[in-house]
Each structure stands twice: as C-alpha cells, then as structure tokens.
Design a protein around this ligand. Structure first.
Ligand code: GAR
Length: 212
C-alpha cells in the first residue's frame, strides 16, 4: 500500500511532530512526512524534522494576507503531492486552497469551548483552570476557514483534579493529544473517516451500523 504523504505546519517545539515521526519509524503509522513548514525560523520542530531527514521550509507570514501565505504554503505542499496536512501547533489561520487535500488540527481543549483567535497552548489551559472546569481534553478536527470550527473527528477527555495547575493540565492534555492524533491519523489513512456536512463518521468493522 502506498504511504499517505503528509505535510506538517508548526510554529513551536514540535513534540507533536516528534510523536508522528516516532510512530512512522516504528511502523505504527503508515505515512510519510514529506514536508515540515514553519512561520518561525527558530521553531525547534524544524530541528526535529531535519534530524529525521524531512525537508523543511520557513515561510514568513509578515505583511501577507492569510489568503496569500496559505496559497504559498499550499503550492509547496502540492509540489510534494501532499494529501493530508497536519497543523501541529501552527498558531495561525491556514486556509486550505486545494479541495483534494484535507487539513486537520489538534486543539488542546474540548471544542467548541476555549477556542478562537489567540486561544492556543498554555493560554487555553490557564483559561480552563480559571473557569474552574472539572474536565478538559483535546479535539482533533478538520480545518475550515474559521478558527477551530471545522468538523470534529475525535475528542478525548482529561480529568482535572482539585490541585491541578495549568502546567500539570497542559502536560496531561499534551500526552492525550498525541494518542488522539495518532489514532485519528490511522483512521484517516485507512479510509474509515467519512464526512457528511459538519459531522464526521468513523466506521469500525465490528460496529459500523451504530457509527454510520
Ligand atoms: C499543542 O499542545 C497543540 O495542541 C497546541 O500547540 C501545542 C504544540 O506543541 N495547538 C494549539 O493550541 C492550536 N490552537 P508542540 O509544538 O510541542 O507540538
């Protein structure tokens, strides 16, 4: 089976990218990361990509409209025959320009809560703790043209203890994010993920009737 070609966009440390690289290396994910693109030349994720032999590119967003830089990034991904784009801590809007390419994002809260422009990383966890939530989690979703609003593929819950800080919550959610992303990627790669409007259905062999 031909491996699915994935492009990754990131802005920061790249622990999400690293998890994908490790799973691919161990044969636990049938995919190939063919490009890692960042808006931030200092992003440690670029080093992780280089160490794994993945081509990297920095695309400056300065002075460009979302439409223009999205087109620039999309052109690079198209040239590499990318079929799936993963936003792995990419802290800007990316507007998909190619209807044959799917774009997914992993967000560190249970959407639609704690979402939208400027709501990313530790800001999310600080807001969750400040609100006194008893649960948080992460959401894997398809990306549309609005921040954090595309169809939801998977959500997983993390419990918040009475002594939780935003740092401990972030650690727990980040660990869960990696599992959620890898499981979602496996479902997408194996063709189990179908979209109908704003709803995503995942076909499981043993229970296809209640999922579809
Ligand atoms: C992840 O926790 C991800 O959920 C978050 O950025 C972090 C990236 O970590 N993304 C967002 O908040 C998007 N709204 P990493 O650079 O170590 O992979």
């Amino acid at each position: 089976m031909e491996k699915m070609k994935i492009g990754v966009l990131l802005s920061g440390s790249g622990s999400t990218l690293q998890s994908m690289i490790d799973h691919i290396k161990n044969g636990q994910l049938q995919a190939e990361i063919v490009a890692v693109i960042s808006d931030n030349m200092k992003a440690y994720g670029l080093e992780r990509a280089k160490d794994a032999g993945i081509p990297t590119m920095v695309v400056s967003l300065k002075g460009k409209s979302v439409d223009d830089y999205s087109k620039e990034i999309c052109q690079v991904l198209e040239n590499k025959d990318v079929k799936l784009v993963v936003l792995a801590g990419f802290l800007h809007k990316y507007m998909n320009q190619n209807k044959d390419m799917s774009v997914i994002n992993i967000h560190p809260s249970l959407l639609p809560a704690f979402a939208g422009k400027g709501m990313y990383g530790s800001k999310v966890h600080k807001a969750v703790i400040a609100r006194g939530c008893k649960l948080s989690g992460c959401t894997l979703h398809f990306v549309n043209d609005e921040y954090d609003e595309g169809p939801i593929i998977a959500q997983d819950i993390v419990k918040i203890s009475s002594v939780e800080t935003f740092e401990t919550l972030q650690q727990k959610v980040q660990a869960q994010e990696k599992l959620t992303l890898i499981n979602g990627l496996r479902d997408i790669i194996s063709g189990k993920v179908k979209r109908r409007g704003n709803t995503v259905f995942i076909t499981r062999e043993s229970q296809s009737s209640d999922k579809e």
